[in-house]
Design a protein around this ligand. Structure first.
Ligand code: 5AD
Ligand code: SF4
Length: 469
C-alpha cells in the first residue's frame, strides 16, 4: 500500500488521554500500529466509544477495554500483535482473579486478514473487528458484554463514515493543529506484493459534501493543516457539490477555500493516478504543500511488471519531470521494496540509479516480505534474506545521504513553519516545515497554530533549527 507504514507503538494510544471524570466511566486504551489511516481510525473508534460512555486512557493498567489497531503490511507487524496479546492475556487473568473485567479487542488489517484465527490463537480476545465495520463497535461491545465472542469482518454495505460520530470540538483541539482526514479507502490496483486490496477491500471514495463538512469542523476547532488520506488517495473520485464526479485536484481547490485551513497535503499516491488537474493543483494552490509521497517500489521495468505496478521506470521519471515543472520546490518522497522475487543485482542497480536520478527528500524502504494470499507469495524465485539485507543497507545509505543533503540545502533559507507543540527542551517550540521536517524554534517565536517565517540556521539528525526571520 502506499500509505507510509511506520511502527507507531512508541506513541502509545492514538486516542488522547482525557482525564477520567469522577465516577465509574469505563476506560479504553487504544494502541495503534501501522499507517496514518490507522491513526485516523483509532481516533474515530475512540469517538464512537465516547458516545458509548468510554473515556480514553493512555495507561493500559486503568483500561476496561484494550483495543489493538493492527497492521498486516509486513510480517513483523502481525507477530508483534500476537506477542502483545500474550502480555494482555496475563493482565486479563490477574484482573479476573481480582474480580474485575478486562475486554480485549483486535481491530485493523490483522483483524480483517486473520478473523476468527485470532481468537483461536489467543482465546483471551473478546472481539475482532475489521476496518469496514468500526461504526458497529458500540453494538459489538454490547454483545460482548452479554457473553459472546464476536468476529465482525465483513465489508459493510452501509457507509461507515456516515455512521461514525464526528469528533467533539474539544477532542479536535486536544489532538492539535494538524489532522488526518480519510477521503478514500481500499485499493483496486492489486500490486502483487500487497495485502491491502484484501484487508481494506475495493476502492471507496467519500462524497465531497462529507469531506468538506469534516474539514470545516476541523478548521473551526483550530486545525491549520489537513492531510487527506487514502490507500490510493489520488484515485479518489467522489460525488461533487454540483452532482458531477470530481477528482482529487478539484477537491483540493475546494478545500483550499475553507477559512483557517492554511495547509493541505495528501497521501499516498500511485503514479498512474497523477492526472493533469492534480498537477495543476500543485502549480496553482499555495496551500498545497510542496511535498509529494509518490512510491515507485523499484527502478527495474522487469520487477515493476512482476509487481503489477502498471508503469515503467521511465514513465515515473517523466511524471516527476512534469510535476517539478509545475512546482519547482516540490520535494519527493517514496517507498521501495528490495528483494522482490526474481530481483537480480542488475534489477537492484536499476533501483539505485532511479534514486540517484530523482533525488529524494525522504523515503521508506523495506525488505520484501511474502504476504499470504498475495500473488508474490506464490512466486518461486525468492531472494535470500542475506541478499535482501545487503541491498537494503546500500539503498538506505543512499536515501539517508539524499535526505541529509536536502536538509543541508535549506540552511540559510527562509521558510514557512507551522508551530505545532512545545519542544522537548524548555524554551523551545516545534514546528513543521512545508516538507514535513520538525523545525525547532525559540518558544517566543510564535503561538501554536501560527505559521511563521523562519530562517534555517542548522540541521539536526532528523530536524531543522531556525530563528525568526
Ligand atoms: N513487503 C515489503 N514491503 C511492502 N510494502 C507493502 N507490501 C509489502 C511487502 N509485502 C511496502 C510498500 C508500500 C509500503 C507502505 O509498504 O513499499 O508502499
Ligand atoms: Fe498501494 Fe499497490 Fe498496495 Fe494498492 S496494491 S495499496 S497501489 S501498494
Amino acid at each position: 500500500m502506499d500509505l507510509n507504514t511506520i511502527e507507531r507503538d512508541d506513541i502509545g494510544p492514538a486516542a488522547d488521554s482525557a482525564p477520567a471524570p469522577a465516577g465509574t466511566a469505563k476506560k479504553v486504551f487504544v494502541k495503534t500500529y501501522g499507517c496514518q489511516m490507522n491513526v485516523y481510525d483509532s481516533q474515530r473508534m475512540t469517538d464512537a466509544l465516547a458516545a458509548d460512555g468510554y473515556v480514553a486512557t493512555d495507561a493500559i493498567a486503568e483500561a476496561d477495554l484494550v483495543l489493538l489497531n493492527t497492521c498486516h503490511i509486513r510480517e513483523k507487524a502481525a507477530e508483534k500483535v500476537y506477542s502483545e496479546l500474550g502480555r494482555i492475556r496475563d493482565m486479563k487473568a490477574e484482573r479476573a482473579a481480582a474480580g474485575r473485567e478486562l475486554l480485549i479487542g483486535v481491530a485493523g488489517c490483522v483483524a480483517q486478514a486473520e478473523g476468527a484465527e485470532i481468537i483461536r490463537r489467543s482465546p483471551a480476545v473478546d472481539l475482532v473487528i475489521g476496518p469496514q465495520t468500526y461504526h458497529r463497535l458500540p453494538d459489538v461491545l454490547a454483545r460482548v458484554r452479554g457473553g459472546e465472542k464476536i468476529v465482525e469482518t465483513d465489508y459493510a454495505v452501509e457507509d461507515k463514515f456516515e455512521h461514525l460520530p464526528q469528533p467533539k470540538r474539544a477532542e479536535v483541539i486536544k489532538r492539535g493543529v494538524t489532522a488526518f482526514l480519510t477521503v478514500q479507502e481500499g485499493c483496486d490496483k492489486f500490486c502483487t506484493f500487497c495485502v491491502v486490496p484484501y484487508t481494506r477491500g475495493s476502492e471507496v471514495s467519500r462524497p465531497v459534501a462529507q469531506i468538506v463538512a469534516e474539514a470545516e469542523r476541523l478548521a473551526e476547532a483550530g486545525v491549520r493543516e489537513v492531510t487527506l488520506l487514502g490507500q490510493n488517495v489520488n484515485a479518489w473520485h467522489g460525488l461533487g457539490e454540483d452532482g458531477s464526479e470530481w477528482g482529487l485536484g478539484r477537491l483540493l481547490f475546494r478545500l483550499a477555500e475553507i477559512p483557517g485551513l492554511a495547509r493541505l497535503r495528501y497521501t499516498t499516491s500511485h503514479p498512474r493516478d497523477m492526472d493533469d488537474e492534480l498537477i495543476s493543483a500543485h502549480r496553482d494552490l499555495p496551500a498545497l504543500m510542496p511535498y509529494l509521497h509518490l512510491p515507485v517500489q523499484s527502478g527495474s521495468d522487469r520487477i515493476l511488471k512482476a509487481m503489477n505496478r502498471r508503469h515503467t521506470a521511465s514513465d515515473y521519471l517523466a511524471l516527476i519531470e512534469r510535476i517539478r515543472a509545475a512546482r519547482n520546490d516540490i520535494a519527493l518522497s517514496g517507498d521501495f521494496i528490495v528483494g522482490f522475487p526474481g530481483e537480480t543485482e542488475a534489477d537492484f542497480e536499476a533501483t539505485m540509479e532511479l534514486v540517484r536520478q530523482v533525488n529524494y527528500a525522504s523515503a521508506f524502504s523495506f525488505k520484501y516480505s511474502p504476504r499470504p494470499g498475495t500473488p508474490g507469495a506464490e512466486m518461486t524465485d525468492h531472494v535470500p534474506e542475506a541478499v535482501k539485507d545487503e541491498r537494503l543497507q546500500r539503498l538506505q545509505a543512499l536515501l539517508l545521504k539524499q535526505q541529509q543533503d536536502f536538509g543541508t540545502s535549506l540552511v540559510g533559507r527562509t521558510i514557512g513553519t507551522l508551530i505545532e507543540k512545545p519542544g522537548r527542551q524548555a524554551g523551545q517550540k516545534v514546528g513543521r516545515s512545508p516538507w514535513l521536517q520538525p523545525v525547532i524554534v525559540d518558544e517566543k517565536a510564535g503561538e501554536i497554530g501560527d505559521i511563521i517565517q523562519v530562517r534555517i540556521t542548522r540541521t539536526g539528525y532528523n530536524s531543522l533549527f531556525a530563528e525568526l526571520a
